[in-house]
Design a protein around this ligand. Structure first.
Ligand code: ZN
Length: 212
């Protein structure tokens, strides 16, 4: 399957190469678990010890089907958590309109983890276009694939679809797959919270107007 590079403002995640879409999606999920201070109105202290980080990162294993990827150690987990904070900075930069900064961060992460275009497969399986080789450590392979996949989101003109929840006290990130790129909240719970607080603000201003 070729990597799609054309610019297409009205698109969905499905039109990205599925390997890229899966790793970009994992990057967003790990940012939400490991590098988000507030989630859905509540403090969200990310795990700091290797065993807890490893439990969060474990879904990364299931994405590796058909591709040789080294298993994760506890050291890998700590390395990867550090990388995820860099990915958070890149996504935040995109959301804040600083795409140049986002590109520089992703370039750094790709270089530091020796991201390399690489075709590989298990015997009898189709080839997969990945961004790591069999020589990468578990952390390097995943960092390279996540950073390269986010870089492809930007490199195919889709950076405006990288979003951060607009509800108060929520820093969760997501990829907006809506047709007109209009999604503002990470989930229904935050959408309802934002609606309720807008309603309270309107009521308060109405009461103030009456009092004057
Ligand atoms: Zn939210």
């Amino acid at each position: 399957m070729p990597v799609t590079l054309e610019s297409d403002p009205i698109t969905s995640q499905r039109t990205l190469n599925s390997y890229v879409a899966n790793w970009a999606d994992l990057a967003l999920r790990l940012v939400n678990e490991l590098a988000t201070g507030w989630a859905r109105g509540r403090p969200h202290p990310p795990p700091t010890d290797a065993a807890a980080i490893l439990r969060v990162i474990r879904p990364a294993q299931t994405l590796a089907h058909g591709v040789h990827i080294a298993p994760l150690t506890e050291d890998d987990a700590l390395d990867l958590a550090a990388t995820v904070t860099r990915l958070r900075a890149a996504i935040d930069a995109c959301v804040d309109g600083e795409v140049q900064d986002a590109a520089e961060i992703l370039n750094e992460v790709m270089a530091a983890n020796h991201a390399v275009p690489n075709l590989h497969r298990h015997p009898g399986m189709p080839f997969i276009f990945a961004f790591h080789t069999g020589d990468h450590t578990g952390a390097q392979a995943r960092a390279a694939d996540m950073a390269a996949s986010l870089a492809l989101v930007i490199g195919s003109g889709r950076e405006a679809r990288l979003r951060r929840c607009e509800a108060a006290r929520c820093d969760r990130v997501f990829y907006d797959t809506t047709r007109n790129a209009s999604r503002r909240f990470c989930d229904l719970q935050c959408q309802n919270r934002a609606k309720a607080s807008a309603h309270r603000a309107r009521r308060a201003s109405t009461l103030t107007d009456r009092a004057e």
